[in-house]
Write a protein that binds this ligand. Structure first.
Ligand SMILES: NC(=O)c1ccc[n+]([C@@H]2O[C@H](COP(=O)([O-])OP(=O)(O)OC[C@H]3O[C@@H](n4cnc5c(N)ncnc54)[C@H](OP(=O)(O)O)[C@@H]3O)[C@@H](O)[C@H]2O)c1
Length: 241
C-alpha cells in the first residue's frame, strides 16, 4: 500500500512505524493533536493532520486518499479526560465509522492478554481504568467496520533494540512478563499492512526465535475459528496440548 495514515504516529511505537514507512518511500499521513510538536518529532517527510480521536468532527476526512490505516493510538494518563475509555475505546470507535470504510486495510495495535480469564489481568485492567474492556471495544469496532483488518496484541513494549524476531501466537503460550522491542512490533505492523494472509486475523506477539513473518502470518487462523484458552498462565511459558 503506497499511502498510509498512522493514528498515534507521534507515539513511541507510532514514530517507529512512521520511520519505516517513510524509509520505504510511502506517502505517510499522521494524525496528531499538536502539529508543531509532531513536526519536530517526525521531520518533514510526512503529512500532518491536526485532530483528536475523541472529537469526530475534528477527524472528518482524515483518511481521504489513503490506502491503509495503522492505529497505534494510546494514552498513559488513564484516568484523565484523555483517558483509557475516551481514547482507546471511544477514539477507535470514532475512527472505525465512515473513516475506515475508505481504506483497504486497518491494522490495530491492541494489547496482550485479552480473552484471558485471569484475576491478575482483571486487576491490571482495573488499575488502568478498564484497559482490557477498552481494548475489547476497540477490537470489536475494527471487526465490525466491514474492511479487511489485522489485530496485533503485543506483550509489554520496550524501547530497547531488537534482540530477536517476531513470534506470533494464538495459543496463549507466552507469559505476561515477557517484553519485546517496539522496533520488532513496528516491523510487524508495517509488513502486515496490505498482506492478504494477515486479513481477518488476531494474534499475540512477542520476540524470540521464529519462522519468517510471512510463514507465520499464513499459519494464523482467521477470527471466528479460534479463542484464546482461558486457563493459560500469566507467568512463564507453558506448552499447550
Ligand atoms: N506500553 C506497553 O507496554 C503496551 C503493551 C501492549 C500494547 N500497548 C498499546 O500500544 C499502543 C501504543 O503505545 P505507545 O506506548 O507506543 O503509545 P504512546 O507513546 O503513549 O503514544 C500515544 C499516541 O497516541 C496519540 N494520542 C493520544 N491521545 C490522542 C487523542 N485524543 N487524539 C489523537 N491522538 C492521540 C498521541 O499523539 P499526539 O500526542 O501527537 O496527539 C501519541 O502519538 C497503545 O494502544 C497501548 O495500549 C502498549
Amino acid at each position: 500500500m503506497d499511502s498510509v495514515i498512522v493514528i498515534g504516529g507521534t507515539g513511541e511505537t507510532g514514530r517507529r512505524v512512521v520511520g519505516r514507512l517513510v524509509r520505504e518511500g510511502r506517502v505517510v499521513r499522521v494524525l496528531t493533536r499538536d502539529a508543531q510538536r509532531a513536526r519536530e518529532v517526525l521531520g518533514h517527510d510526512v503529512q500532518l493532520v491536526e485532530g483528536d480521536v475523541r472529537e469526530p468532527a475534528s477527524i472528518a476526512g482524515i483518511t481521504h486518499g489513503m490506502q491503509g490505516l495503522i492505529c497505534a493510538v494510546g494514552t498513559r494518563r488513564h484516568f484523565s479526560a484523555n483517558g483509557t475509555q475516551q481514547v482507546e475505546a471511544g477514539g477507535v470507535r470514532h475512527l472505525m465509522g465512515e473513516l475506515a470504510k475508505s481504506v483497504g486495510h486497518v491494522v490495530l495495535l491492541s494489547g496482550y492478554g485479552l480473552d484471558r480469564n485471569s484475576l491478575f489481568l482483571r486487576g491490571f485492567s482495573w488499575v488502568l481504568n478498564g484497559y482490557y474492556e477498552a481494548k475489547e471495544a476497540a477490537e470489536q469496532a475494527v471487526r465490525s467496520a466491514g474492511v479487511p483488518y489485522t489485530i496485533v496484541r503485543p506483550v509489554t513494549l520496550s524501547n530497547r533494540p531488537a534482540t530477536g524476531h517476531a513470534v506470533l501466537n494464538q495459543s496463549g503460550a507466552v507469559g505476561m512478563l515477557s517484553t519485546m522491542s517496539r522496533d520488532v512490533l513496528a516491523d510487524v505492523l508495517v509488513r502486515s499492512l496490505g498482506d492478504p494472509s494477515a486479513f481477518g486475523k488476531t494474534f499475540e506477539l512477542t520476540e524470540g526465535v521464529a519462522e519468517p513473518l510471512g510463514t507465520q502470518l499464513r499459519t494464523m487462523k482467521q477470527d471466528g475459528l479460534r479463542r484464546m484458552p482461558s486457563h493459560t498462565p500469566m507467568f512463564g511459558v507453558q506448552a499447550r496440548a
